[in-house]
Design a binder for this molecule. Structure first.
Ligand SMILES: Nc1ncnc2c1ncn2[C@@H]1O[C@H](COP(=O)(O)OP(=O)(O)O)[C@@H](O)[C@H]1O
Ligand SMILES: [Mg+2]
Length: 282
């Protein structure tokens, strides 16, 4: 039996290539928590959540989950890969919510979600029955946290905090399918604002684009929404809103003043004359 890891209240040992055992630490006074986790896991296995449990043997004998911790995975993966994993986690959170179970610790799930061939949540020690489970809302908070939000933005995934917060709050109070779908779609970048930011994100240094072009890329006709999104851009400079100008080459507005916009554009090699950009920069 090889020592694998030490948790808050337990120790985990490798007992074969594919199996571990989670045992109570001798110095832990928590009574019955691992026994309870064993029962919870058996229930959750039926809906494909958690490591597969095999038996109780003075500890939980379960599947050895191989993979990376979610934060490490997010840092090294592509936009598409990340969205797939996030979608998977959201669906697991939703299942837990509908089962009336609160896993806890989803605001800081670094050690709790392992991404390998499958996406597996571990450590259900604190999982309890609850009338208002907060699995999805907690995971949403994790996505909105400054560090996570920045990491995701660098990959082209934009979770606008005030929009997501509003939807998450609505879901928290009424966990119906509509409110769930709204949160899901928002995180999965199906909303116009995220599409606008993504289109802008792809404009490289030394180039400009227009409000109109971003609107088109996001599938909307008007460009007022684009102007608003740029004006309130929480992702600068990852979303380079200074590279967005009018279709006729005029500079358009800028949240911190047009002077700053000119400065930024010139520093990137864009030629500006009479408050206009030469169109061949498009
Ligand atoms: N099924 C498993 N497969 C692989 N690693 C595991 C598994 N269960 C636990 N671990 C490892 O052991 C550590 C501690 O386990 P955990 O369930 O978090 O214990 P505790 O409830 O005491 O916090 C985890 O962070 C993880 O690294
Ligand atoms: Mg733990």
């Amino acid at each position: 039996m090889k020592f694998l890891a030490r948790g808050k209240r337990s120790e985990v040992f490798l007992i074969s290539k594919n199996r571990v055992i989670k045992k109570k630490r001798k110095d832990s006074d928590a009574l019955g928590t691992i026994e309870r986790e064993f029962e919870v896991l058996k229930k959750l296995n039926k809906v494909d959540i958690g490591p597969k449990v095999f038996k109780w043997d003075n500890g939980i004998v379960m599947e050895y989950v191989k993979g990376e911790r979610i934060k490490d995975y997010l840092a090294k993966s592509s936009r598409g890969e990340i969205l797939k994993v996030i979608s998977n986690v959201i669906k697991q959170c939703r299942k837990l919510d509908t089962m009336g179970l609160n896993k806890e610790e989803m605001v800081n799930p670094y050690k709790h979600i392992i991404v390998g061939k499958k996406v597996v949540m571990i450590d259900f020690e604190r999982c309890k029955q609850s009338k208002k489970p907060g699995n999805l809302t907690q995971f949403t908070s994790f996505l909105m946290r400054k560090d996570t939000s920045k990491l995701l933005a660098k990959k082209g995934i934009f979770a606008v905090p005030w929009r997501l917060q509003k939807l998450a709050k609505k879901y928290k109070h009424n966990q119906n399918i509509e409110n769930y779908t709204a949160v899901y779609n928002e995180i999965m970048q199906k909303n116009t604002t995220a599409k606008i930011y993504y289109a802008c994100f792809k404009v490289p240094k030394g180039k400009v684009t227009s409000y109109k072009a971003l609107g088109n890329a996001a599938g909307i006709k008007g460009y007022r929404a684009v102007g608003q999104a740029m004006n309130k851009n929480p992702f600068a400079p990852i979303v380079p809103c200074h590279r967005v100008i009018n279709v006729d080459g005029k500079l358009g507005g800028f949240a911190t003043g047009v002077k700053n916009k000119i400065k930024l554009l010139e520093s990137e090699g864009i030629k500006i004359k009479d408050r206009k950009v030469y169109i061949n920069n498009f």
